[in-house]
Design a protein around this ligand. Structure first.
Ligand code: NAD
Length: 286
């Protein structure tokens, strides 16, 4: 079965619409503020699409553009201003920042209760200690896809392919939190296939096209493909987007699989909105 990201994202948005309405009726406008530096073409495209989506959802989206040669101090001051403004519920920073600005220091400066991308170390720390927290959106999207299958995670073996700070590691932590048995792998893992063959759930976030193939899987496994890779199609000569998972061979063995495009991507955007609404609700109840 295909894990349809667009459909799932639509369900999440429908649920959020009523929560946004409830906040509005209580006189609270949900607000997301984003900081971006010039010269980040990818970030500008993403920001424009966020603005459209937020407008459709009734979320007030405000973009704060800074110059490409901005100092780290100025970026930090802009974050501090947003932290102390009670009308701002949610803050995100478009990466990458220019090289004179250290991303770790910027991300750590975001107030954890407004950190809707879950990039402040305090947020992942909270999950490790079993507390409610805002988590990185892509990791949440992968978990939401797994949960949408209705499969009980306790007693299941999960393999995370890739262990980056933004995707692989947070996914592993969320799966541990759900009491799955988790293996975290990386580029140095000796025999990846030996591990994935034991897995009921495989999440691939390596950025390697065709890394996960059908012969590496247990029949019926849930396969979530986080990879976004641009490749030149050898047949058409055109550039296209593929994941880490070889669709044809995996679709013959897996029980559930997410496609690329149309899988984790749209759910990730929905998770940013969900974190934003959650931050606004918590501020309203504080
Ligand atoms: P990264 O380069 O920071 O990390 C890649 C990880 O994969 C590393 O831990 C590395 O050791 C591991 N890896 C590489 N080759 C491997 C192999 N052969 N076997 C096992 N592990 C291997 O990448 P990232 O930022 O985590 O992104 C991973 C992929 O996910 C990329 O394709 C990226 O574009 C995509 N991504 C998608 C979304 C989304 O919303 N869908 C969001 C973020 C990233």
């Amino acid at each position: 079965m295909i894990l349809d990201g667009k459909e799932l994202a639509g369900q999440v948005r429908a649920e959020l619409a009523s929560r946004i309405d409830a906040l509005r009726s209580a006189g609270r406008q949900v607000r997301l503020d984003a900081v971006i530096c010039s010269g980040n073409a990818g970030g500008e495209v993403y920001a424009a699409s966020q603005e459209r989506t937020c407008r459709q959802m009734g979320i007030d989206y405000r973009l704060h553009p800074l110059a490409e040669d901005v100092s780290e101090q100025v970026v930090l001051e802009s974050i501090h201003r947003l932290n102390s403004d009670s009308s701002v519920h949610a803050i995100m920073v478009h990466m990458p920042m220019p090289e004179q600005v250290h991303p770790d220091r910027i991300q750590s400066a975001i107030d954890p209760v407004k950190d809707v991308e879950g990039v402040n170390p305090a947020n992942i720390g909270n999950v490790i200690y079993g507390r409610r927290s805002l988590m990185p959106c892509t990791a949440l999207a992968a978990m939401t896809m797994i949960e949408s299958t209705g499969v009980r995670l306790q007693g299941k073996v999960a393999v995370c392919v890739g262990a980056s700070r933004i995707v692989g590691r947070p996914v592993a932590v969320l799966l541990m939190q759900a009491e799955a048995t988790v293996m975290s792998t990386n580029v140095h893992t000796p025999d990846l296939a030996a591990m994935t063959r034991q897995a009921d759930i495989v999440i691939s976030a390596a950025g390697v096209p065709g890394l996960v193939t059908g012969d590496m899987l247990k029949p019926g496994a849930i396969v979530v493909d986080v990879g976004i890779n641009r490749i030149v199609d050898p047949e058409t000569g055109r550039t296209r987007t593929v994941g880490d998972v070889e669709f044809d061979s995996v679709s013959r063995v897996a029980g559930w699989m997410s496609p690329v495009p149309g899988g984790v991507g749209p759910v990730t955007v929905a998770m940013l909105l969900r974190n934003t609404v959650e931050a606004a609700e918590r501020a309203a109840n504080a």
